[in-house]
Design a protein around this ligand. Structure first.
Ligand code: SF4
Length: 440
């Protein structure tokens, strides 16, 4: 019989994370996922458990006085109406079979995904984008979640081929922000109403784990914000210390699941160790972020199909998909830029396969074309990350050339043009008084 899953939704994030810890401590397998729009919360998180654990979870919730507002079945998603007679005339037998699987909520396999990534038939491509947009709407709703990123250090001990701040790049002006500078930036993110701050850096020994723990604790205590870390590979104990300090999300991208390509791009990294880090993050109850780059040298569509299956099978909650953009001074500085249309297609197929996940409309897309961020929102994406690094450091966090400094005005432009609301928590008047936008 098919396994059924349920979503537990608590009164607030603190209670949700408390529920997750309580259930995990009793051996219940949990996964943190975006809450469904019908729960009434904007881009909050839910705890997903299997049907077999529902009764035990209810008992633990009662004993520990967790404030739970809903327990809903996470129903297998069916998309009626994708197929109609008119459409059926212009598509292949293979596409028809895949559509039937999407309509009936069945999982797609690697060959299905590869077909969706490679078809050149206009009718089929349009259907892929409209299916992704419907799945995005039904799983995570219309509001575009906005997060603020602070790139607090561009020192890095590693030297990934595609990266503009790798250790061997001598053209980079290095900086490492002080705790006070970071706190000032965090407070400005909070003043705009944002609920989540992303702290991103290279692997910088100046910011070792004890120092990061103190920073995370300070941000939690002073602002109550949700904290996402993107600071690279660490030991399980270090990830645990940061989790206990209050970090909720961790972004550690795989970039590619082709082992040979991964090895060629990452002279300092081991593929299996990267997987192990992701598994630790998942075990520790982080909202686990990953992502890939589209247009890497030698990358095939089959590799990308493998990436999408990896996101699904690893239970990744946040998936950043960006086109390759060359970075001056990196070993790939002369490799051509990744294709925007293919990147948008990967966003759409990832939404169809992974369903209830956060997918950003990435800064890399915005860097190539202002309207690519709009198109990504229409292709299944539901979040935008602003760059809140202080002006004096921004240009030095040059992970690729001409990086767009996405700000609130450009995020509002993308949301508005895609016909989507910004969440009601954004303090729009404080950002751009007098401008009208949709707030949902
Ligand atoms: S991709 Fe990350 S780990 Fe690799 S060189 Fe750049 S900042 Fe360092």
């Amino acid at each position: 019989m098919e396994q059924r899953f349920f979503l537990i939704i608590a009164a607030n994030t603190a209670q949700m994370l408390f529920a997750d810890r309580v259930l995990k401590a009793e051996g219940i397998n949990t996964q943190l996922v975006p809450a469904p729009p019908e729960s009434g919360t904007v881009c909050a998180i839910a705890v997903k458990i299997s049907q077999d654990d529902v009764e035990a979870a209810k008992r633990l919730i009662a004993v520990n006085s967790v404030e739970v507002t809903h327990i809903l079945e996470d129903k297998r998603m069916k998309l009626q109406g994708l197929l109609d007679e008119k459409l059926a005339q212009g598509i292949t037998e293979d596409f028809l079979r895949i559509l039937e699987r999407i309509e009936s909520g069945q999982e797609l396999d690697r060959s299905d995904i590869l077909y969706l990534l490679s078809t050149q038939r206009e009718k089929e491509i349009n259907t892929i984008f409209s299916a992704a947009d419907r799945i995005r709407k039904e799983t995570v709703g219309d509001a575009v979640e906005i997060r603020g990123a602070i790139e607090f250090s561009n020192y890095c001990r590693k030297d990934c081929s595609y990266c503009g701040i790798g250790s061997s790049n001598k053209c980079v002006k290095r900086y490492s922000m002080s705790e006070e500078e970071i706190m000032e930036a965090v407070h400005s993110v909070k003043a705009m109403g944002m609920k989540t701050v992303i702290l991103q850096s290279g692997e910088d020994s100046r910011w070792d784990t004890p120092r990061l723990v103190r920073l995370v604790e300070r941000i939690r205590n002073e602002t109550g914000m949700k904290i996402t870390l993107s600071v690279g590979e660490k030991s399980r104990e270090e990830y645990e210390q940061l989790r206990n300090a209050g970090a909720v999300n961790f972004l550690l991208k795989i970039e590619t699941t082709n082992r040979d390509l991964f090895a060629r791009l990452h002279p300092d990294d081991d593929y299996d160790h990267r997987l192990q880090c992701s598994l630790w993050l998942k075990e520790l109850g982080y909202l686990n972020g990953s992502g890939n780059i589209i247009g890497l040298p030698g990358q095939t569509l089959d590799d990308i199909a493998g990436d999408i299956l990896y996101f699904k099978e690893m239970g990744i909650n946040m998936i950043g998909i960006g086109p390759f953009i060359p970075a001056e001074g990196s070993r790939l500085e002369n490799h051509p830029t990744g294709d925007i249309d293919l990147t948008l297609r990967v966003v759409a197929v990832t939404r169809i396969v992974c369903k209830r996940v956060y997918i950003p409309s990435t800064t890399a897309l915005a860097s190539l074309d202002k309207d690519a961020q709009v198109k990504a929102l229409q292709a299944g994406a539901n979040t935008i990350m602003l760059i809140n690094t202080p002006e004096r450091y921004r240009k030095s966090y040059n992970i690729y050339n001409n990086k767009n400094m996405v700000d609130m005005a450009s995020a509002a432009y993308a949301a508005e043009k895609a016909g989507r609301p910004l969440p009601s928590y954004i303090v729009w008047q404080a950002v751009n008084p007098g401008h009208e936008c949709i707030v949902g």
